[in-house]
Design a protein around this ligand. Structure first.
Ligand SMILES: Cc1cc2nc3c(=O)[nH]c(=O)nc-3n(C[C@H](O)[C@H](O)[C@H](O)COP(=O)(O)O)c2cc1C
Length: 363
């Protein structure tokens, strides 16, 4: 199968990149590998701009104690020059949490990585998959798939600046690349320089002509290619992302891989995360949306006292009762009645009352 998937040309490219990696090794001394596989890699919730903020992550963590949660992408320049508390602050209950960084300047990334480690993140991830225009103009994100040597420099600089693991999230290719020729040398080259954990969004990014949203749906998924990468490099941690709609599908696709990452399905229906520790980590307990709603309440009260608007917390919960009686009233109350700044915990409670009323509980 592998010789079918990876052609002769990819082997030649791989060979030349391999020699380059050897030269780098000679110049910089012994390679420093990240770390061994972390069990939390078995399941992760994807980094999603404007979605996986700190409030969202607290909610997700109530549902799953064992999986890895990601921040939204933060660009290295902003970490160095921006409002760090706002960009990097997180709640202790979010651990294990990975900060995703965007950038393509090795020195800047190293500086940002150091700052992030001081903030207490468990892991750092370099974004080589985001196709948005803003990111493209900054020469980072998915366009870096065309510059493996620069990606290698970036990852090495980050790794050398910190002691926590540094990973990469990338596409299988971009634009005119043939992933079946270019992905293997890309991974092999970076592995040769010390990266051991690859989160692979199993579709190409088309930088010209598709919007970021279209780039998450239109380019076809190629899961067999990701499995082939794992077969070729069994010692690497290979995590599959893209188009996984359910935990059952995720578990089926995981097979030989080291983990799966869910994005939209986890965000839209966070209650599915309540089964993750059971299905992926062998725990017996399943967290119901009712338990999660109650467990999130003290956090909401605490944040309201800090003048955080209710909507900032509740917008992440809208889909968590999907399929239950009263789900649409729940969604309406938390989606529509929490927008004004002054709304308090009574609106939160009213949403549950709507569910209970429909279920005939306590009325
Ligand atoms: C609203 C939104 C924002 C996203 N922002 C990021 C991001 O900041 N960094 C990143 O690597 N991927 C980002 N992605 C892509 C996801 O991490 C993931 O790779 C993609 O959605 C495919 O996984 P899925 O099919 O499970 O959703 C974003 C996706 C969505 C829907």
């Amino acid at each position: 199968m592998l010789s079918g998937i990876f052609g002769l040309r990819s082997r030649l490219v791989a060979k030349s990149l391999r020699s380059f990696a050897k030269i780098i090794k000679t110049c910089y001394g012994t390679r420093r590998m990240n770390t061994k596989a972390q069990t939390y890699h078995r399941f992760s919730v994807a980094p999603m701009m404007e979605w996986t903020d700190r409030h969202c992550r607290v909610l997700h963590r109530i549902f799953t104690k064992k999986s890895l949660l990601y921040t939204e992408m933060v660009v290295s320049k902003a970490i160095i020059r921006g409002l760090r508390g706002k960009l990097l602050g997180f709640n202790q209950q979010e651990h294990p949490v990975c900060l995703q960084i965007g950038g393509s300047e090795p020195d800047e990334l190293a500086q940002a990585a150091k700052i992030a480690q001081e903030y207490g993140y468990d892991e750092l991830n370099l974004n080589v998959g985001c196709p948005s225009k803003r990111v493209r103009s900054g020469a980072f994100g998915a366009c870096l798939m065309l510059e493996p040597e620069l990606v290698g420099d970036c990852l090495q600089a980050m790794r050398e600046a910190v002691t926590i693991p540094v990973t990469i999230k990338h596409r299988i290719g971009v634009d005119g690349q043939n992933p079946r020729e270019t992905l293997l040398p890309f991974v092999e080259y970076l592995a040769g320089r010390g990266t051991d954990t690859f989160i692979i969004h199993a579709r190409k990014a088309i930088l010209k002509g598709l919007t970021p949203k279209e780039n998450r749906d239109i380019p076809p998924l190629d899961y067999p290619l990701v499995h082939a990468i794992k077969a070729e490099f069994p010692h690497l941690n290979i995590i599959l992302n893209g188009g996984i709609h359910s935990l059952e599908q995720g578990r089926r696709e995981m097979r030989d891989l080291d983990g799966i990452m869910l994005g939209r399905a986890a965000y839209r229906y966070p209650d599915i995360l309540g089964q993750v520790d059971n299905m992926f980590f062998g725990d017996s307990h399943i967290v119901t949306p009712f338990e999660a709603f109650a467990a999130y309440r003290p956090y909401v009260v605490e944040q309201l006292a800090k003048k955080v608007p209710l909507h900032a917390m509740t917008k992440h919960m809208l889909g968590m009762f999907k399929g239950h009686k009263g789900a649409s009233a729940f969604r309406r109350i938390l989606g529509e009645q929490t927008v004004p700044r002054e709304t308090g915990i009574e609106v939160y409670d009213r949403a549950m009352e709507a569910i209970e009323a429909e279920m005939g509980v306590g009325v």
